[in-house]
Design a protein around this ligand. Structure first.
Ligand code: GDP
Length: 444
C-alpha cells in the first residue's frame, strides 16, 4: 500500500498523544523527534523535513493547542493540516483552453509511466469530464512506445495520431493539433519522447514542442518509487522547461512516500494526479487533504464514495434492490454486482480507505484472492440462462456439466450454489424484518 511504512510510524506516534488531557512542551518535543525520524525514513527531502517539523512544533506549543480542551487531538489536527499544506493544500484543477483544443504535453524519463499515464488521463478525461481527447504518439525514441499508445487507444476506443518514428516530434505535434481541430477533439495529449537521463537534446526538443504547441499544461510524469531521484528529476524539468504539474506514478507500490511529500515543496508545482496501478482506470486526481487523512489512518471515505458512484449505476442499484425485496435475484444479477465491485479496484486497496483500517490487525497482510472471484464468474458463466434464473433446477448432472464447462471442481460448484441459496434466504429475512418494522411503525 502507498505510504504504509510512514503511516504506521506516524500513527503510532499520534496514538501516544491522542488521548492526552495535557500536553507539555516535552511531549511535543518527543513527538516531533519521532515525526522527524519517520519522515526521514520515508525518504522525504531533509530540508522539507526540517521546515515541516519546525512549523508543526511551533503550532503545537502555541495557544490554539495548549489552551484547548483536547490538546492531544489538537496536535493531530495540526499535523494533518500541515501535511495537507505540504502536499499542496487545495486540490488543483486541470486547465481548459479558451479556444479548444486544450493541449497537454506529457513529459518524463523512460520507464516513469508516461505512455501508460497518457492513456489513463485520456480515459479519465472522457469518463469523468466527458471530454473527447486525441492521443498523440510523439515518443519516437523508445522502441514500441508508438505501438503501445496505439494499443491503448484501441483498448479505450480513442483516436491515436501517429506519423511513425521517422518524422520529428515537433512536426508530429503540429499536425496532431491541426487534426484535433478538424475532428473536434477538445483535448490533445502529446506523449513526448522520453530518455534514460535528462540531456540537452531532450530538453531542446521539448522546448521546441512547447514553443510550437503552446500547451495549457505540461505534466511531468515521475515514478514515486524512485523517491528523491523523482524529486531531483522534477526540479530539473521545472527549471529547464517549466512544468505546470506532476503526475506521480506507481504510488500503489510506494511504501515510503518521500517523493509525494517533497515534490510540491521543492518545485512549488502541484501533484495533479497519482497512478495507483497498471490498469487504465488506475489514475486518481490528487487530493492533498484526503492523502493526509489516509497517512494518519483517518481513512478516505470520500474517494471510496466517488469510486462507488462511478462504478454503480443508480438506476441499476434501484432495480437490484427491488429484486432483492421480491426475491427475484438471479445469478445474472449476482454476476453484474461482482463486476461492479471489481471495477472499483483491488479489494484490499478499497478496504484500506476505511477509517482505522490500518489498526485492524492483519488487514495489511490480507491478500484478497481476486482469482477466486474469477472462478465464481467462470462457474456462473457456464450455467444456461434457465439455470441462472432458477438455480433450483441444477441437479447433479447439471452440476457436473457446469464444473466441466468452467474448469472448476464439483465441490466448488456446490459451494457456490449453497452460498447463493443462503444469500437469498438472508435477503428474505431482511425484507421480512423491514416489512414487520414498517407495520409496527419503526423508523428504519
Ligand atoms: P514510459 O517509458 O514512461 O512511457 O513508461 P510506460 O508507460 O511504458 O510504463 C512503464 C511501466 O510502468 C509499465 O509496465 C507500466 O504498466 C507501469 N506503470 C505505469 N504507471 C503505473 C502505476 O501507477 N502503477 C504501477 N504499478 N505500474 C505502473
Amino acid at each position: 500500500m502507498a505510504f504504509e511504512g510512514l503511516a504506521d510510524r506516524l500513527q503510532n506516534t499520534m496514538q501516544k498523544i491522542r488521548g492526552k488531557g495535557k500536553v507539555s512542551e516535552a511531549d511535543v518535543k518527543e513527538m516531533m523527534r519521532e515525526v522527524r525520524l519517520a519522515l526521514l525514513e520515508a525518504d522525504v527531502n531533509f530540508k522539507v523535513v526540517k521546515s515541516f517539523v519546525k512549523k508543526v512544533g511551533e503550532r503545537a506549543v502555541g495557544q490554539e493547542v495548549m489552551k484547548s480542551l483536547t490538546p492531544g487531538q489538537q496536535v493531530i489536527k495540526v499535523v494533518k493540516e500541515e501535511l495537507t499544506q505540504l502536499m499542496g493544500g487545495e486540490q488543483s484543477q486541470i486547465a481548459v483552453a479558451k479556444r479548444p483544443p486544450t493541449v497537454i504535453m506529457m513529459v518524463g524519463l523512460q520507464g516513469a509511466g508516461k505512455t501508460t499515464t497518457t492513456g489513463k488521463l485520456a480515459n479519465l478525461l472522457r469518463k469523468k469530464y466527458n471530454r473527447n481527447p486525441l492521443l498523440v504518439a510523439a515518443d519516437i525514441y523508445r522502441p514500441a512506445a508508438i505501438k503501445q499508445l496505439q494499443t491503448l487507444g484501441k483498448q479505450l476506443n480513442m483516436p491515436v495520431f501517429s506519423l511513425g518514428d521517422q518524422v520529428s516530434p515537433v512536426e508530429i505535434a503540429k499536425q496532431a493539433i491541426e487534426k484535433a481541430k478538424e475532428d473536434h477533439c477538445d483535448y490533445v495529449l502529446i506523449d513526448t519522447a522520453g530518455r534514460l537521463h535528462i540531456d540537452e537534446n531532450l530538453m531542446d526538443e521539448l522546448k521546441e514542442i512547447k514553443e510550437l504547441a503552446n500547451p495549457e499544461e505540461i505534466f511531468l510524469v515521475v515514478d514515486a518509487m524512485t523517491g528523491q531521484d523523482a524529486v531531483n528529476v522534477a526540479e530539473s524539468f521545472n527549471e529547464q522547461l517549466g512544468i505546470t504539474g506532476v503526475v506521480l506514478t506507481k504510488l500503489d507500490g510506494d511504501t515510503r512516500g518521500g517523493a509525494a511529500l517533497s515534490i510540491r515543496s521543492v518545485t512549488e508545482k502541484p501533484i495533479k494526479f497519482v497512478g495507483m496501478g497498471e490498469k487504465m482506470d488506475a489514475l486518481e486526481p490528487f487530493h492533498p487533504e484526503r492523502m493526509a487523512s489516509r497517512i494518519l489512518g483517518m481513512g478516505d471515505v470520500l474517494t471510496l464514495i466517488e469510486k462507488a458512484q462511478t462504478a454503480v449505476d443508480e438506476e441499476k442499484a434501484k432495480e437490484l434492490e427491488q429484486k432483492m425485496r421480491t426475491m427475484s435475484f438471479t445469478f445474472d444479477d449476482f454476476l453484474e454486482q461482482l463486476a461492479q465491485v471489481r471495477s472499483m479496484g483491488p479489494l484490499d486497496e478499497l478496504l484500506k480507505m476505511l477509517p482505522g483500517a490500518n489498526k485492524i490487525k492483519g488487514l495489511n497482510n490480507v491478500q484478497f484472492d481476486e482469482k477466486q472471484i474469477g472462478h465464481i464468474e467462470a462457474i456462473i458463466k457456464s450455467m444456461t440462462k434457465e439455470e441462472k434464473a432458477h438455480p433450483e433446477i441444477i441437479n447433479s448432472g447439471r452440476r457436473k456439466r457446469i464444473a466441466r464447462g468452467s474448469g472448476r471442481t464439483i465441490q466448488e460448484v456446490n459451494r457456490l450454489l449453497k452460498q447463493f441459496e443462503e444469500m437469498k434466504k438472508m435477503m428474505k429475512q431482511m425484507s421480512n424484518m423491514q416489512a414487520k418494522g414498517k407495520k409496527k411503525g419503526f423508523k428504519l
